[in-house]
Design a protein around this ligand. Sequence first.
Ligand SMILES: *Cc1c(COP(=O)(O)O)cnc(C)c1O
Ligand SMILES: *[C@@H]1O[C@H](CO)[C@@H](O)[C@H](O)[C@H]1NC(C)=O
Ligand SMILES: *[C@@H]1O[C@H](CO)[C@@H](O)[C@H](O)[C@H]1NC(C)=O
Length: 568
Amino acid sequence: MVPVGFLTHSVVFWLCGVTDCPCATLPHVQVPPFVLRQHYAKNKNLENRFLTGKHLEYSKWKRSPYKHQSNVICSFLRLDLLPAKNGEEVTKHFLQELLNILLAYISKSLNRSSKVLDFHHPHQLKEGLEGFSLELQDQPDNLEQLLVDCQDTLKYGVKTAHPCFFNQLSTGLDIIGLAGEWVTSTANTNIFTYEIAPVFILMEDIIFKKMHSIIGWSEKEGDGIFCPGGTMSNLYSVLLARYHFFPRVKTAGMLALPPLALLTSTHSHFSIKKSAAVLGIGSESVFLVKCDERGKMIPKELESSIRTAKSKGLVPFYVNATAGTTVYGAIDPLNDIADICERFGLWMHVDAAWGGGLLLSKRHRMKLQGIDRASSITWNPHKMMAVGKAADCLCGCQGLLQECNQLCAEYLFQPDKHYDVSYDTGDKSIQCGRHVDIFKLWLMWKAKGSEGFESQVNHCLENAEYLYYKLKSRKDFQLPEHSNVCFWYLPTSVRNMPPGPERDRELHMVAPKIKAKMMEEGMTMIGYQPLGDKVNFFRCVFSNPATQKEDVDFLLDEITRLGRELYS
Ligand SMILES: *Cc1c(COP(=O)(O)O)cnc(C)c1O
Ligand SMILES: *[C@@H]1O[C@H](CO)[C@@H](O)[C@H](O)[C@H]1NC(C)=O
Ligand SMILES: *[C@@H]1O[C@H](CO)[C@@H](O)[C@H](O)[C@H]1NC(C)=O
């Protein structure tokens, strides 16, 4: 058996054959702190590591007000922090040092002369680099070492806030959002009941009302849940749709169902197939509807796929339309799809994970016309709105989430509490506890106003337009599409080949080669992929508010430079 683990927000612990109180096994109960500290003062290795290793502002530690407590700095351990008696000073100093590390990292991330990444292969990181070891030992490390570890963790990671990071749909670092995340982690609560998250629950309610009115839904129709990712939101939408048509499935299971069919476009993110697999509908029950050249679902093809599914004895119940496909950024004709869904009585989901942000812009929101006719919508604030990961919301009909998912656990959702228990919204979720995603979004909204989000979205689209026009004017690039900006780099040798399979084979290798060299050098990052009959091409996406036209220029110059080096 190969052990498999998942670390999401939680880890599983178990105790085998324990008869005593489990508290008896906690080390801090058995070993008084001073014993450990003495142990460490004697531990030469550790001391040497500190004295010879990279020390973080050692001089500051020396000047620190509590240095009289010990002249061996590395002897401060976790146990000296709060809740230790008189732990305030050490805690304050530790967190301030950490803050310095974070501030330095943020400045570096936004400094155009610094690298986006310092790439290492997995085996190099595993073996340990310059004293940065991922291995865990039986003995505790001191606080100094932990700070160095924090710094190294950031150092060997990828600076997703860098203005030249174009690799993903979610980029950038909003300082207010970051502050919100810190506050959230400090509050360290769980958003299942009003009882333990009164403020956050109400904020969720306020943000949903705001998003619903932006979508164009009335207050009565709207409902929603924040969940850990667009893929999860999409899963919820299939779950809701199935429950809406076949409520018996909740208790009787699959036996209560006819064979079902889901419909989505050929350009779909893989998440609909995942949803179908997870929910026992089966990925073979997903019908892929043909798209046009630009990646938009063709309404006529949707109709014929519905008929095909029916002729095979399946019951179509769910159509997934997309507002902003992952690769092309294509937006399906939502009104036409809504008409078809109404005619056939199907659930219309709009996956606006990427495109939802456009609703905030007066200039771009008409691209999503018809979205208000959807039965459910996925919208990821962590993409276009650049809210810290992860904050995803699923919006659906009022009441249905609750009905579909509630099991009324008596230890959480007691109906006889002394406040309005309709605010205990946790039973809408398929999780038990939920991370508080709402506060950073709420705080950002407060800091920017809706107008701030609007200009942020407009800025990203202006960058995309700029890249598009630059590409059009250059011979060594070719555009297949232009919502997200997708393009090929054409080395002279490829440009001179006649179109055909041989040229495609050559062109297919260009983007991966350039990307590999790009990562080794670390100055910028952009994604690539093939799609349908198109061989590997670059996809540039803009969601980072820090990105300016000069960064777009830099990207093109880098691709050209790397391309020329590789193909000269
Ligand atoms: C990003 C994306 C998803 C998945 O969102 P995660 O938060 O990464 O799970 C789903 N659909 C579309 C269209 C996306 O762009
Ligand atoms: C940016 O980084 C460069 C090179 O590391 C450095 O010389 C410069 O001072 C930095 N600029 C700022 C504003 O920090
Ligand atoms: C719907 O399709 C889009 C792309 O067309 C895809 O990104 C998304 O994951 C799909 N939604 C669901 C529920 O799977």
